[in-house]
Design a protein around this ligand. Sequence first.
Ligand code: PLP
Length: 394
Amino acid sequence: MNYQNLLARRTQRMHVNAIREILKVASQPGMISLAGGIPAPESFPLELITELNGRVMAAYAEEALQYGPTEGFAPLREALAMRLSEKGLACIPEDLLVTSGSQGALDAIGKILLSRGDRIVVESPTYLGALQAFTPYEPEYLALPCDDDGLLPDALEDQLRRQPVKFVYLVPNFQNPTGRTLTMPRRRAVAEIIRKYGTLLVEDDPYGDLRYSGPVLPALKTLAPENVIYIGTLSKVFAPGLRLGYCAAPRPIRRWLVRAKQGVDLHTGTYGQALAAEYIAGGYLERHLPRIVDLYKPRQEAIIDALEKNFPDGFRWSRPEGGMFVWVEGPEGMDMHALYAKAVQQGVAYVPGQFFFVDQDMGRHTLRLNFTMADGPALERAIEILADVMRCHG
Ligand SMILES: Cc1ncc(COP(=O)(O)O)c(C=O)c1O
């Protein structure tokens, strides 16, 4: 049998996720890993989950174990709609679709919107998982430049003036991989531009709740409601293993997303949705969130302090006000992929930044550091080691 010949065109474009390969090395014993993008296990509300299990069985029992509607478990959609509305993103339960992680929403969006050659605007660099979801449909990526304040609105307008695009994909809060946040003036500018050109924008917001300093900024969805699909997740504020995400999309798009999801998994697991409904509606999420922030904020401060203290001249890094990542740029000409092996030999793992670029020849001198998995002293040690690696081999 020639199995390769059996594959569909789109399957040939499903590449191995390079970061997952790197994470295998990063999880070796003794390694300080700044490579992952996952929540610290200490952030999970473990005892509470035992209690919530009891509540789910008492309140929903069979319903929680039964097939459910594709749109999502009604009490969860209600709880999410109320929470989003309280945060300024006005919506009703019917506006929401529960997905299997925010990745499930990205996958469904690619499936219903993209045909071969369709243009998508992305930030440069951008979230690799979004590229993985969209690439099988053979879009053309237009990777636009960003600075410390996020996407450059002028670059977006230039692009849209020249040719229409299927959609713009943005991570406006504490972006993965850079940790950068789109500033308020830029949010207004981006919202105005997409309204002016009648462009759809996918706003992926897994990190917005993880803010350690600075004022909360409104979602783009609130500034251009008809133009934006907003995607959220409970992965960073509850437990990623439950695979619970959601999206608020303009109604005609939501109807197609529902059909796409029906063909994939019928619906996201009801039991987990019931747990999340209790978690949010019972006020536990709002009470637990400050504990997650208290856990991560000192880690974010520790990594920035350590970079300032140890990293050689010629390097610069983002100063995120939240999220999970710091983005480091070394001098042009450095190859962080080549240095990765040296860093791992010294017991520290990171993700070379080039993997987050559509054109992987860009960003060879960059790297992404995660600061949620290691505690302050481990982060300091890791940055000292990395600084030595950069100095010796740079
Ligand atoms: C920007 C971004 N979008 C989406 C996801 C997927 O998250 P999940 O599917 O767990 O909600 C991640 C995960 O790290 C992410 O960083």
